[in-house]
Design a protein around this ligand. Structure first.
Ligand code: F6P
Length: 531
């Protein structure tokens, strides 16, 4: 288990250190706390750590055995031990001909084969060689899936889609029929491909939506050739076939749902973006894998990101973090990260089953910049709780518009959070703007910013397939490193199971005409009211 003794001493010692002072105390701070990796530039110098605390955090990573754990991940050991599985998403983005093993079994040839199948299918759909039941080319895809079978492909599509795409890709996740109704609006069954994505092919929402989409296809298409419109993507091909997917694309159980966007789970994106774009994204992620495996811990981007979070959460008691992508195309990143980080590391027991005695995953939330600035950033600047911020900044987001108004806001936010404004400064500004002394005294505290609020900047020149792949892989490895240091299993998700079971029981009560006698009074009353 991780030894936190020195970390706790450093946290108690440095809790009140001011970030601005650290730049003067350590002239090398910027160089020490910035990293370039796979097309991304990371600046962690506006984090709350002193130079000494930074070194202590690196020692924490060493003592927790991050390097050995990393070797176990890449070596395909059963690090998801509650499910007896390897965790080998890096194998999905390695260059063709790699040699990964999951629990000793060689898996790379299988990965390459599925990738080639996807590319061939995508090319055929895009060229019109693959048609629907009536011989017309596909113009739209409805991607059905939830959680990891939805959020990753959505980030990829939003991140890389042309403004006016050849193929219209729509996503349906929610079991609320409204989601499907909106997605199908304006689409014609003859030119629509439905891609049902579910690792297990047992997920209630996805199967319900797949049934609805199938009925929609059946109402608009002849029976012959209709199955060409209904594709399954799964790690359980038998179940998908039994459900009625004649054609399936598979991935293996060593691909965790929230780590699956590199697999056939992104088939819809491979088709809609083209296989070359998808390959370039895989290459960007592979470049981040190489960096993660080879860079020393003190210059290792995922490790430093993880340590900054742990310093904030466990050292300085800051149990939330906001992520603000300053790029419209990255607007889904916060939702993706919520699943990646909170489903991975929202855990309450250590690997040996003993209760955790410290914090694990913080609450992660966010909105794209600049929108978030006009919503919850008030609290980040002046609320009593310190919420560390992460700015993902893209220099050139869109060819036709000047982007500096966008990214200058990101820089300004980081600056404002760190520098703040004293009451004296606020008072002087008020006086300078014509307020009298009484008015300046009355308003000065309202216009005071405490400052000393930490942030990380992740900057890139453009959001390309490569930088998007690198960014998502960065967050995956960061999440992994945190799990190693917290000594938890980042790769299971038992916490989502209980609700699923109880939802089934409630549906049974609905079918039986009312709440069962054992239901608690509040739930029983809600059930009766909603029926
Ligand atoms: O509810 C959580 C979860 O199990 C996620 O981990 C997973 O990504 C999602 O459901 C969807 O699961 P599936 O791909 O099996 O439909």
């Amino acid at each position: 288990m991780t030894d936190w003794t020195a970390f706790d001493v450093a946290a108690a010692r440095d809790a009140d250190a001011r970030i601005v002072d650290q730049f003067a105390a350590d002239p090398d701070r910027l160089a020490r706390m910035t990293v370039e990796a796979a097309g991304l530039y990371l600046d962690l110098s506006k984090q709350s750590w002193t130079e000494a605390a930074f070194e202590t955090c690196l020692d924490l990573a060493r003592s927790a055995g991050v390097e050995a754990a990393r070797a176990r991940l890449f070596g395909g050991e059963a690090i998801n031990f509650t499910e007896g599985r390897a965790v080998l998403h890096p194998a999905l983005r390695a260059a063709t001909g790699a040699d990964f093993h999951a629990l000793g079994e060689a898996v790379s040839a299988g990965v390459d084969a599925v990738r080639a199948d996807m590319a061939a299918f995508a090319t055929a759909v895009r060229s019109g060689a693959e048609t629907g039941a009536t011989g017309k080319p596909f113009k739209a895809i409805v991607h059905i899936g939830i959680g990891g079978s939805d959020l990753g492909p959505r980030v990829v599509w939003d991140g890389l889609r042309p403004v006016d795409p050849q193929i219209d890709l729509r996503f349906v996740a929610n079991i609320d029929p409204r989601d499907m109704a909106e997605a199908l609006t304006g689409l014609a069954p003859e030119t629509t491909l439905v891609v049902v994505v579910s690792k297990t092919f047992t997920t209630q929402e996805t199967l319900a939506n797949a049934e609805a989409a199938r009925a929609w296809l059946a109402a608009g298409l002849p029976e012959a050739g209709r199955d060409r419109h209904f594709i399954g993507v799964t790690a359980a091909p038998d179940k998908a076939k039994a459900f009625g997917c004649a054609r399936t694309f598979a991935f293996r159980d060593w691909v965790g749902g929230r780590y699956s966007l590199w697999s056939a789970v992104s088939l819809s994106c491979v088709i809609a973006l083209g296989p070359d774009v998808f390959d370039a994204m895989l290459a960007g992620a592979a470049a981040m894998d190489d960096h993660f495996v080879s860079a020393p811990l003190e210059k290792n981007a995922p490790v430093l990101m993880a340590l900054a979070q742990i310093w904030n959460v466990d050292g300085l008691n800051r149990p939330a973090r906001t992520v603000a992508p300053y790029a419209h195309a990255l607007r889904r990143l916060p939702s993706f990260l919520q699943q990646l980080e909170m489903e991975s590391n929202g855990k309450r027991v250590h690997r040996d089953g003993s209760p955790v005695t410290r914090q694990t995953c913080p609450v992660v939330f966010g909105e794209p910049g600049t929108n978030g600035q006009h919503a919850f950033f008030q609290q980040i600047h002046q609320g009593p709780q310190v919420v560390p911020a992460e700015f993902v900044i893209v220099a050139k987001t869109h060819a036709d518009a000047p982007e500096s108004p966008l990214w200058s806001n990101a820089l300004a936010q980081g600056q404002a959070l760190m520098l703040g404004k004293t009451t004296e400064e606020a008072r002087a500004e008020l006086l300078a703007s014509g307020a009298d002394a009484a008015e300046a005294d009355r308003l000065a505290t309202h216009k005071t910013f405490p400052g000393n609020r930490p942030s990380t900047a992740i900057a890139m020149e453009r959001l390309t397939p490569g930088t998007l792949g690198a960014l998502l892989a960065l967050y995956e490895h960061k999440t992994f490193v945190e799990g190693v240091i917290w000594d938890i299993n980042s790769f299971d998700q038992w916490g989502v199971e209980l609700g699923k079971v109880l939802a089934r029981a409630i549906l049974k009560d609905v079918s039986a005409g009312g709440p069962s006698a054992t239901l608690d009074p509040s739930t029983a009353s809600l059930l009766t009211r909603l029926m």
